[in-house]
Write a protein that binds this ligand. Structure first.
Ligand code: NZQ
Ligand code: ZN
Length: 388
């Protein structure tokens, strides 16, 4: 039976190859001081920075620069960004970049006027903001995380060796996001495929839970099929606008909370991937890919019915003459084949994990219980060893 829920998505989207022009309208609603947040410099190379700055200046904004956000943004950088926002009386934050930049912008938005330590408050105690929140808008340059239309803000604390996500409420979600598929065309292939796998993983994390007949699962299957189809076009021709548009749009829908409605959701691949990331600083999508197949093969018997459905509906496996286990395994083999065709990382050893690190990575893995099997520490160790 479909669980009870309320649903609202607070982010307005502008999609398409002319969507940046809508930044003009949106900016009119906010004050003069704009913190312009971006990453390591890709937007300066591909011209997006110049276009955005031109619009900010045309609207009379005072630009407060905050560049250099690293992939997997760190707690130190968050402290720095919060200080910049507070000292410059920032009225509005504009994030121009991928998930790291958008996540960081949201974290800065709730930390600038917060008297407590943001790590303790948001990432240890998981409290909601009790201070003024600076409004955020995003210009997205990488498809994958869904950060453009959700409240997620993942921060890495290297000292504590923890990578933790807080999913904030609608008041922290971007007020608007601008999605121009052309902006993603300059992504290196490795980042493009990591983003594609991240999208697929988000859908799986929500799909592999529950036994009921739920509309969300049918939506998830449609999204998975679209991602697989477009990914195969994009790996051959990364400049295919139609494929890149569909990938960008699927990414947003994969994690804007719609397909989690009425579902308990799993998220253990992300918990394993985040802990691997805390030790290796791996590309997010690759950290997920490297643990996925061992994880799904392990939990498959506990959610057999759904894995059979996945095989049939998503991968077109013909179940005739096969046991349910055989059908389910064939589905996972097809998924593995697709991942290899994409070129994602299939082993955590390729990300720098060694056998000696496994127990610590297991200890840093948050154990959730929305999926088909609540893992024990020993089971996590076994899955990580299988992923080596
Ligand atoms: O820093 P720059 O120079 O911009 O380069 C970035 C970065 O090196 C580059 N890039 C982005 N757009 C580009 C481009 N290079 C050329 N052309 C472009 N158009 O790509 C690299 C990776 O960018 P990043 O933002 O780190 O990637 P992604 O979008 O995958 O974000 C990863 C972060 O998001 C978190 C991850 O844990 C990680 O910290 N997540 C956020 C989620 C959420 N908000 O809901 C959910 C996800 O599961 C995930 O955990
Ligand atoms: Zn992800």
């Amino acid at each position: 039976m479909l669980g009870n829920f309320s649903y609202k998505n607070a982010t307005k989207l502008y999609f398409g190859d002319d969507s940046l022009k809508y930044l003009n309208e949106e900016l009119k609603q906010y004050g003069k001081n704009v913190q312009l947040i971006y990453g390591g410099g890709s937007i300066k190379k591909n011209g997006i920075y110049d276009s955005v700055v031109e619009i900010l200046k045309a609207n009379g904004k005072n630009i407060v620069e905050d560049g250099g956000v690293m992939p997997n943004p760190t707690l130190e950088k968050l402290y720095e960004g919060a200080k910049i926002a507070k000292e410059n009386h920032v009225d509005f934050i504009l994030a121009v970049g991928g998930g790291s930049v958008c996540d960081y912008a949201k974290a800065v938005a709730v930390s600038a006027h917060c008297d407590e330590d943001p790590w303790d408050k948001y990432y240890i105690r998981f409290e909601e903001p009790s201070c003024e929140i600076i409004p955020v808008g995003c210009v997205l340059t990488m498809a994958g995380t869904g950060s453009e239309m959700n409240g997620g803000a993942v921060i890495t604390n290297h000292k504590a060796k923890l990578k933790v996500g807080h999913v904030f409420g609608e008041e922290v979600m971007p007020k608007f996001s601008i999605l121009n598929p052309k902006f993603t065309m300059s992504l290196p292939k490795k980042q493009m495929i990591a983003g594609i796998y991240d999208i697929f993983s988000h859908i799986c994390e929500q799909y592999f839970s529950g036994e009921d007949d739920n509309t969300s699962d049918y939506l998830a299957e449609a999204l998975m099929k679209s991602v697989i189809h477009s990914s195969l076009i994009a790996i051959d021709n990364s400049q295919d606008y139609e494929a890149r548009s569909n990938i960008m749009w699927s990414a947003t829908w994969a994690l804007n909370t719609l397909i989690s409605m009425g579902k308990t959701t799993d998220w253990m691949v992300h918990m394993l991937g985040h802990s691997v990331g805390a030790y290796t600083d791996a590309i997010h999508g690759m950290s997920l890919a490297a643990v996925s197949i061992p994880y799904y093969r392990y939990i498959m018997p506990y959610g057999l019915k759904k894995f059979v459905r996945f095989a049939k509906e998503v991968w077109g496996v013909n179940p005739d003459g096969k046991s349910d286990e055989e059908t389910a395994n064939e589905g996972l083999s097809k998924m593995e084949e697709w991942m290899k065709k994409l070129g994602v990382t299939m082993k955590i050893s390729e990300l720098g994990v060694t056998e000696e690190m496994i127990e610590k990575i297991a200890d840093g893995t948050m154990i959730l219980n929305g999926g088909y099997k609540q893992l024990t520490r020993d089971e996590i160790i076994a899955i990580l060893k299988e992923s080596l």
